[in-house]
Ligand binder design. Structure first.
Ligand code: NAI
Length: 453
């Protein structure tokens, strides 16, 4: 029986390994983590993360060929294939602070693998890492190898939170990069055989190590760039009276462009896009390519601009101040069907409103009040205003909102600012609301109160 061990039981490690276990009954999969609360949660009825379909997959194989454990060293020592799926956040201090990936967790995982291994291992980079990380990891492992043979593979993960299980069941592609040596090719083949249990062979791409590492950063940069492109258009639409949904539809019909990822919004969030682009920017700078670095930096600048444009629109619409005004924020995670709040645009929007002394009530069915408080207390910007945060209790917002009732209870004029273009704006206008939809023709009120971006 092939034994797989995955280091890191997070948003990627947990779902990815659960799907490997369910699709490969002949493989034993153990997911290990240094965080006991995380492992306890994976072993309980309430999993540590929310993903549609995840519960069913975990329950189908947990205790059979899927295990979660804090005994990291034991399971690493026993494994044939080790996935490393630890977090790789942006460095906050030292060389490359604010841009480069922090590989502390990765390095300590690699050193631990070198310490405890007694048999040959295939070590798979699942985390998103800078190009050439495999080389560094290889050095750590081989310099401490005690005669053990290590093959490093890059197998970046392309799942999207909120649809992780579907994405893992039917991936557009699986990418495996390895050394172009006989041993390297053998290791690539071994991993390919795992995925071949459910992924058609033509969807399994094999490349050299560096192409695989760079493809992950490139994919996220391209995806984020589409969002920033359409968001940049949304500002121009508002200025001219064009409708961004119509523009998106019209350009998306071009088969060279395609319809996906063309929705205007308050901006992208999540733990990956910004981090991976900053990482790409840093790599370009380190390789003497400042023009390329500046090109990708602009994707993040537009995203920040879009968030501040939204806050400015809210404030300017209400006579240039929201001080003391009650604002209900619906949704806090970075997108639907997830409880993940890392880099969610809601943090910047709420902080912007709190900075102008609004009274903010926040509700998200997947996010606890504690988490929201922690996110808003983070020191990204130094707010010199006290916070007036009043989280609602989860039961106080129903699935279906009665907008007429809400309108009746609000001070007039009553506003709805839609950061995702999901409400039926015309219906709300009939009730009497002033509605702002990103990139859509502006209500007369909003035209008279131009946002100072
Ligand atoms: P996460 O923060 O949810 O999980 C990482 C886990 O690793 C944590 O539970 C942490 O306790 C554990 N860990 C750290 N060092 C460890 C060590 N030495 N030994 C054992 N456990 C250790 O992170 P997430 O979101 O799962 O991301 C992991 C990697 O996958 C990152 O590089 C990320 O960029 C990448 N990725 C994330 C995607 C996402 O949608 N979240 C999608 C594709 C890639």
């Amino acid at each position: 029986m092939v034994k797989i061990c995955c280091i890191g039981a997070g948003y990627v490690g947990g779902p990815t390994m659960a799907v490997i276990a369910v699709k490969c009954p002949a493989i034993e999969v153990v997911v290990v983590d240094i965080s006991k609360p995380r492992i306890d949660a994976w072993n309980s009825d309430t999993l540590p993360i929310y993903e549609p379909g995840l519960d069913e997959v975990v329950k189908a194989c947990r205790g059979k060929n899927l295990f979660f454990s804090t005994d990291v060293e034991k399971h690493v020592a026993e494994a044939d294939i080790i996935f490393v799926s630890v977090n790789t956040p942006t460095k906050t201090r030292g060389l490359g602070a604010g841009k480069a990936a922090d590989l502390t967790y990765w390095e300590s995982a690699a050193r631990m693998i070198a310490d405890v291994s007694k048999s040959d291992k295939i070590v798979v980079e699942k985390s998103t890492v800078p190009v050439k990380t495999a080389e560094a990891i290889e050095k750590i492992l081989t310099h401490n190898s005690k005669g053990i043979n290590y093959q490093i593979l890059s197998n970046p993960e392309f799942l999207a939170e909120g649809t992780a299980i579907d994405d893992l069941f039917k991936p557009d592609r699986v990418l495996i990069g390895g050394r172009e040596t006989p041993e390297g090719r053998k290791a690539v083949q071994a991993l390919k055989e795992v995925y071949a249990n459910w992924v058609p062979e033509e969807n399994i791409i094999t490349t050299n190590l560096w192409s695989a590492e760079l493809s992950k950063l490139a994919a996220n940069a391209f995806l984020a760039q589409r969002i920033s492109s359409v968001n940049a258009m949304s500002a121009l639409c508002e200025a001219t009276g064009a409708n961004v949904s119509e523009v998106s539809y019209a350009i998306g019909k071009d088969s060279r462009i395609g319809p996906k990822f063309l929705n205007a919004s308050v901006g992208f969030g999540g733990s990956c896009f910004q981090k991976d682009i900053l990482n790409l920017v840093y790599i370009c700078e380190c390789n003497g390519l400042p023009e390329v670095a500046n090109y990708w930096k602009q994707v993040i600048k537009i995203n920040d601009y879009q968030k501040s444009r939204f806050v400015n629109r809210v404030v300017s619409s209400m006579f240039n101040t929201v001080s003391g005004k009650k604002v209900a924020v619906l949704g806090f995670a970075f997108k639907k069907d997830t409880g993940d709040t890392r880099e969610t645009p809601a943090i910047d929007v709420c902080k912007g409103l709190l900075g102008d002394k609004a009274q903010v009530s926040i509700y998200d069915p997947q996010v606890t009040e504690d988490q929201i408080q922690r996110d808003l207390a983070m020191n990204k910007f130094d707010w010199d205003h006290p916070m007036h945060l009043q989280p609602t209790s989860p039961s106080s917002v129903k699935q279906e909102l009665d907008y007429q009732k809400i309108f009746n209870n609000m001070q007039k004029p009553a506003f709805v600012f839609d950061g995702r273009n999901v409400v039926n704006a015309d219906k709300l206008r009939e009730i009497g609301f002033i509605v702002y939809s990103i990139g859509k023709p502006l209500d007369a009120w909003l035209k008279d109160m131009p946002a100072i971006a």
